[in-house]
Design a protein around this ligand. Structure first.
Ligand SMILES: *Cc1c(COP(=O)(O)O)cnc(C)c1O
Length: 389
């Protein structure tokens, strides 16, 4: 049997042009390699201006931004934090590290985001906050989430790791809750290897955030000349990236809008090429959320069964196309069972996470690549291998 052999990875880290130029400036001109240097500040200013965040602090990962959020909100042992089970481990881990209990709620079948209608039922006297995750850069129903938070006196930390520059009602995701967490991991839209940022939208949290990021010291005030010596004033850790990493990130931020535009175009092509299969009822394509402009972060399809998904992954792999799935729902993972609990049953999470398949998507992907993937998926369903039923 002759079949076309492709070589399409799932993800491919990319550079957009001036990364090495900025790194050279950081190293040779600025001579600032530690954290909180000129490039860190430039990235933070870019984020504050582009997103309208009150304050942005660069961190060495999205995970670190979430951990900073938990410290900043004084999360205590026994506190409960409502979140989806369908997310990356860091959403839960950040709070579990402080002794809190993640309370998992089910997701909506359309956007795969935390189902806002289940929140009120999940609240107990121990509930302190919520951590909605904007899956695939599609906005959670933030109006309802923020309203529920306000009524019950809860804080909201947006896990916006997927969501840089995506909007809800014209406002940027990550700037709607008390805090927002971004990631610049090499699998995200804008990258620097490992990196992230904490967006601080509440004035009262900004000063302490700088202290927590600087090992619990008031070094930042010292650097600004506001005090004549710096000292240990609070708990904290080292959450700063080095300035070389920030220099790399700065080059990417300068091109952020173009990068996202390119990704959205690839998404639209996938939609266009795979719609016939959805029309036939063979797969389901991503649903857009209301009032939201997405950022082309990832593309997934829903197969009809976990077994069909396994066969499709093998079929694509045989043709040199790498497709992967995520997430193993946290409530069914060993640590999730130990540290978290469920509010209600999580049938949508269990069903959809077993059938979701992510297709390749990266900045340098060509239209031919998208066509090759879509053609292979189509062959799987219509070419006789999987059978048309
Ligand atoms: C990637 C990701 C994180 C963690 O970000 P890192 O930069 O990899 O630490 C957290 N939450 C979600 C939903 C993510 O996808």
């Amino acid at each position: 049997m002759t079949q076309r052999q492709h070589n399409i990875p799932f993800n491919k880290p990319f550079i957009v042009g001036k990364e090495l130029y900025h790194i050279a400036r950081a190293v040779i001109e600025n001579r600032h390699l530690a954290g909180d240097g000129p490039y860190t500040r430039a990235c933070e200013q870019w984020l504050e201006a582009a997103l309208g965040a009150r304050r942005a602090l660069l961190t060495h990962s999205g995970t670190a931004a979430l951990e900073m959020a938990a410290l900043l909100l004084n999360v205590q042992p026994g506190d409960e934090v409502i979140m989806p089970s369908f997310t990356f481990v860091s959403t839960a881990n950040a709070f579990v590290l402080r002794g809190a209990v993640p309370v998992f709620v089910d997701i909506r079948p359309d956007t795969l985001n935390m189902d806002e209608t289940l929140l009120t039922g999940a609240i107990t006297p121990r509930t302190k906050g919520m951590a909605p995750v904007h899956y695939a850069g599609e906005a959670c129903a933030m109006d309802a989430i923020l309203r529920t938070a306000r009524i019950n006196g809860l804080w909201v930390v947006e896990d916006a790791a997927h969501a840089l520059l995506a909007t809800y009602d014209g406002r940027y995701l990550g700037t709607l809750g008390d805090l927002g967490c971004l990631s610049f991991h090499e699998t995200k839209n804008i990258i620097c290897g490992e990196g992230g940022a904490l967006l601080i939208n509440s004035e009262t949290l900004a000063e302490r955030a700088e202290i927590i990021r600087e090992k619990g010291t008031d070094r930042k005030k010292f650097a600004r000349g506001e005090i004549d010596k710096y000292t240990w004033v609070d708990i904290g850790s080292s959450f700063l990236p080095g300035d070389m990493v920030a220099a790399f990130l700065y080059a990417q931020l300068e091109q952020a809008h173009a990068i996202i535009q390119a990704r959205c175009k690839l998404l639209a092509r996938y939609d266009e090429l795979l719609t016939p299969l959805e029309t036939e009822g063979l797969i389901r394509l991503p649903r857009r959320s209301e009032n939201s402009v997405c950022n082309g972060h990832l593309y997934y399809i829903l197969t009809r069964s976990p077994d069909e998904r396994s066969r499709l992954i093998r079929f694509l792999k045989d043709r040199g196309i790498m497709a992967v799935f995520h997430y193993v729902p946290l409530h069914s993972s060993p640590a999730g069972l130990r540290y978290g609990r469920c509010a209600g049953d999580l049938t949508v999470t269990e069903d959809l996470s077993g059938r979701l398949l992510r297709l390749p998507l990266f900045f340098e992907m060509s239209d031919d690549d998208v066509r090759a993937v879509a053609t292979s998926v189509t062959e799987f369903y219509l070419g006789g291998t999987a059978g048309r039923r």
